[in-house]
Ligand binder design. Sequence first.
Ligand code: ADP
Ligand code: ZN
Length: 220
Amino acid sequence: MALDLVFLGPPGAGKGTQARKLAEAFGLAQLSTGDALRAAAEAGTKAGKAAMKAGSLVSDEIVNAIVAETIDTEEYVNGAIFDGYPRTLAQAAELDLILKSRGRHLSLVLSLEVDDMMVVQRISGRFTCGNCGEGYHNNFKQTKTEGQCDQCGGTDFKRRADDNADAVATRLAEYHRETAPLIEYYREQNKTQSVNAMQAIDKIASDLSTLVKNAGIQPV
Ligand code: ADP
Ligand code: ZN
């Protein structure tokens, strides 16, 4: 049976960082709609072009289409860790349908709790490896060797254009308005588990791992 999980939390909470670690530990595949949209935009696909045209406000329709398309690829037959999706109640309702029509359902929703000040600090120092996507931070998670990715040895790093103080304020307001209600939406279905995401990366990872194991999911 497929195992499908969702990571909830504001931008910069550490969803990508933790989803990546959890995916590796439990043999699951991470599905980041943000990464998928940015890749689609770079590749110039139909959905990508529509996303670029829409600016930062990508419609539910586009994102849902990307998810439905992606989840049918071989990589996700055993399940997905959704990171950055759903972001609205409408998307959550659609995800339920997407999974249901494939005989699947969400097993667990992991909510990463951080305050807004921490979000700004994390986002303003964030960068990723351009080759393998590993996430880093100027202050909190530097590469072991300067200028070289710990995971793949890559030397080309990327910073997102919207990772600046102005854009963060807008994204945070959007999160509180559109996405935070999902914590309650899934709590009513007994799916939400919260974690204190103000801790060190490895401590959060071990807290998450405990929650996932308690839900009956075993590491590989
Ligand atoms: P999200 O996917 O939720 O937007 P990221 O996983 O990209 O967040 O994390 C945001 C930034 O904060 C990255 O630079 C990451 O290296 C750093 N980071 C993530 N978790 C922690 C943590 N627990 N402590 C300190 N820095 C962190
Ligand atoms: Zn790398």
